[in-house]
Design a protein around this ligand. Structure first.
Ligand SMILES: Nc1ncnc2c1ncn2[C@@H]1O[C@H](COP(=O)(O)OP(=O)(O)O)[C@@H](O)[C@H]1O
Ligand SMILES: O=C(CO)[C@@H](O)[C@H](O)[C@H](O)[C@H](O)COP(=O)(O)O
Length: 459
């Protein structure tokens, strides 16, 4: 009996895998591994790229850690992952299957992620105006391709297919010639109209965009194909869903009432709630708005404040401390640092230090970078700094989607998700302070669970 659905989330910091028991809709097994795939930016163009080979290697190892007797009974695979980013490959030689069991990336580009900063405001305003309610920001697939057209056109000549990292995995699992993409991921690339579910082909063609790199759009929740090889015991011929967006999947895993808002904090952070079924997005672009409307399923939308500054702000602080300590001749592991920092801040309930942590800017205000105010001799301890940092992350998200806005939309409860939240009690305390509403928490590995639940409900 094929009883399990495998949900995979290719996140910015880690990959997560969940085996969902189809009979009782419960998690039968799960695994998570950090990808450690960030590449240094030696180019000075504010590039933020990840090593595709490492990501796929980590994903492959993560599957290998799941119980093989259950993998042999997987009836369907669902993929989700970090949105907006793009990688390029060639259909026939994009990967290697070893011993019909494990997957290795080959001849692909690196992944240019949603955190990429190479497209300046001047560059973005030089692009044609999209026929979409969603504006285009740096780190969006189409903007990145436009950047390559202008700055490194030869680079694009090496590849014939493009997609997000989760689309790439689907393509490799199924041996597809062409990338298929759902509206959830297509919307995150820009130049995609979510009412017609079509790329802005005429606009892009007029600007000389390589149209052959646009993936074929298929409905969210549909199947993309079947596995072309056995994979750690999963039989060849197993159906694979077209990849979905990680933020939609995290919502699916934990929004049980229409009056719930979901706050996901992983590498990034999103605060979101479901729009009424008859909602239609505005006709025009609203680049200065901190709230955008992203496609969910069928023709419904989620209102979302998608912050670029979530758990990555804490990760950057840990990285900064590590490098300072190295210069000073001391060493501590990341996990030890997190534990100590969280402990210090738990002993410091409030702080008058003010940290605005927008070190990556925000899409609606890219030039507003982070700052610290109210520094005094009495608030320099690590406890103060971490408390203020966590408070600042929440303060930023709620400034993008204020509590009054949520209440007017009928939101009565906040559901917290994402492993940055799950692993950090100080962040959870700040969530509970930020919202005068009931706060509950979802399960771990939310997006991986969400994509498995979606397939379970639709099969
Ligand atoms: N040992 C740790 N303790 C607490 N928080 C951690 C630890 N390691 C990482 N984190 C937080 O988790 C975030 C990454 O969460 P994760 O869910 O793995 O990301 P993603 O889903 O984007 O891949 C980091 O940015 C950091 O804030
Ligand atoms: O920006 C958006 C949506 O617009 C993000 O929410 C989207 O989820 C992206 O995938 C994230 O930025 C990356 O997700 P994660 O790795 O931080 O979980």
């Amino acid at each position: 009996m094929s009883n399990f659905i495998l949900g995979l989330d290719v996140g910015t910091s880690s990959v997560k895998a969940v085996l969902l028991d189809r009979g009782c809709r419960a998690i039968a097994a799960s695994q998570s591994l950090p990808t450690v795939s960030d590449l240094a930016d030696d180019s000075g163009i504010k590039a933020k790229e990840q090593d595709t080979g490492r990501i796929i290697d980590t994903l492959d190892r993560c599957i290998g850690l799941l119980p093989r007797d259950k993998l042999q009974h997987v009836c369907c695979i669902g993929l989700t992952g970090q949105m907006h980013g793009v990688l390029f490959w060639k259909p026939k030689s994009g990967c290697v299957w070893s011993n019909s069991d494990s997957l290795t990336a080959k001849d692909t580009s690196q992944l240019i992620t949603w955190q990429d900063g190479r497209c300046s405001n001047d560059f973005l305003t030089s692009l044609p105006r999209p026929d979409s309610h969603l504006s285009v920001a740096t780190g969006f697939g189409c903007a990145t391709i436009f950047w390559y057209m202008k700055h490194k056109p030869k680079f694009l000549e090496d590849f014939t297919v493009a997609g997000t990292i989760q689309d790439y995995v689907v393509s490799m699992l199924c041996g597809l010639d062409r990338c298929v993409m759902t509206p959830q991921n297509a919307a995150s690339w820009g130049f995609f109209n979510t009412s017609s579910n079509q790329w802005n082909e005429n606009i892009l063609k007029g600007a000389g965009f390589p149209l052959h790199l646009l993936p074929k759009c298929v409905p969210s929740g549909s199947l993309a194909g079947k596995t072309c090889s056995q994979w750690h015991g999963i039989p060849a011929g197993t159906p694979v869903g077209a990849a979905l967006g990680d933020f939609q999947c995290s919502v699916y895993s934990c929004m049980s009432e229409r009056t719930d808002a979901v706050l996901n904090i992983s590498t990034s952070a999103q605060l979101t709630y479901a729009m009424p079924a008859d909602f239609k997005p505005p006709d025009s672009l609203q680049p200065a708005s901190s709230i955008s409307y992203f496609p969910y399923f069928e023709s419904t939308y989620l209102a979302v404040a998608a912050s670029l500054n979530g758990g990555n702000v804490l990760a950057s602080f840990v990285e900064m401390l590590t490098s300072w300590m190295r210069e000073l001749g001391a060493e501590l592991s990341d996990s030890c640092l997190y534990e100590k920092l969280i402990h210090c801040a738990l002993n410091q309930e409030t702080s008058n230090l003010r940290v605005s942590p927008t070190i990556l800017g925000e899409r609606h205000d890219p030039l507003c970078l982070g700052h610290v105010t109210g520094i005094s001799t009495s608030n320099l301890s690590l406890g103060h700094v971490i408390r203020a940092l966590c408070h600042g992350v929440l303060d930023n998200v709620t400034s993008m989607m204020p509590v009054e806005h949520l209440q007017q939309a009928g939101v009565r409860r906040i559901v917290g998700s994402g492993s940055a939240l799950a692993r950090n009690e100080v962040l959870r305390q700040e969530v509970e302070k930020a919202f005068p509403l009931q706060v509950v928490y979802g399960q771990n590995a939310d997006s991986a669970l969400g994509v498995a639940m979606i397939l379970c409900d639709r099969l």
